[in-house]
Design a protein around this ligand. Sequence first.
Ligand SMILES: C[S@@+](CC[C@H](N)C(=O)[O-])C[C@H]1O[C@@H](n2cnc3c(N)ncnc32)[C@H](O)[C@@H]1O
Length: 322
Amino acid sequence: MRYAFLLIGGLEVLALAEVKYLFSTPEIVDGRIAVVEVCEPLFYRLALTKEVIELLEVCDYSELEDAFAEIPIPSQPLCVRVKRFRRTKTSTQELERKLGEILWRRGAKISVSSPKSVVKVYIADKAYVGLLRHVTDTKQFEERHPNKRPFFKPGVMLPRISRALVNIAVKDGLFLDPMCGTGGLLIEAGLMGLDYVGVDAFSNVVEGCARNLRYYGLHPSVLRGDAKILPFKDSSVSGIATDFPYLQSSKSFGSLEELYCKAIPEFARVLRFGCRAVLVSNIDIEEIVAESFEVLEVFRYKVHGSLTRRIYVCSNSKGNSK
Ligand SMILES: C[S@@+](CC[C@H](N)C(=O)[O-])C[C@H]1O[C@@H](n2cnc3c(N)ncnc32)[C@H](O)[C@@H]1O
């Protein structure tokens, strides 16, 4: 089935990657709208998509009224909601009224105050018409802000970003964060129902992470260990996402240079063939990463003046396929 995803503004590139790796490569990308063929609607996992509609029609803006004369009409009371990403002659409200009237004349029950179905129209280069199927609960990310956890360290990634990175890394199977810190990525993986395990080099951090996991009702699946020599068998995990220490806010166990050189091949060793690792760093590490992985994409996202995170999406397609 085809769906149109409305990506959140400001992080469209990462939002698009989340959709692509969780579902499939978009057929159309039109500003903040991505049209994707979806087999398994795992919409509850999305972090960087605002809402999803089941697509009924894609047309030119000038053809909207003709499209409304043809689209299937839901039997329940409905309303029409329009979102414009470019100027149109007719106002949003006027357009909603006009399109709603077309459906009403065709026999639809209209309820603006308590609709059971919402017919959405996004107007960008093209017009996208569909039934609203999912709205992302954005409040949950605020409620899980890192400073609300029992164990807090400054500078950690926000839950919304952490969740997107887990989704880019893995659809199902065992998820690993080999430098898990306070557990931001593990919490998101656990709340999405994935199997997960975390490793950190410092025992106070491991204890704090376990406390955070329990706080969200999750199993404290976290071990003390070194990312350079992980306590896992070859090809035993299905996805990795992790962020390297930045030194201002988190210590490295051993030198940072050694950590980059030894941990990245170790990630490739424990990751199953064809699976993904999402590696986050505040410095350019593409050359080191490329020695162990195929680098699929690199995103840069500015956190503040002195911190730009680089996000490397890597595929473990260089190693042994057995
Ligand atoms: C940037 S922090 C991770 C933040 C984490 N994503 C969170 O949500 O809190 C990096 C972590 O790597 C850990 N670390 C440093 N060197 C390590 C090593 N050799 N093996 C495992 N963990 C290590 C640090 O203790 C720190 O918690």
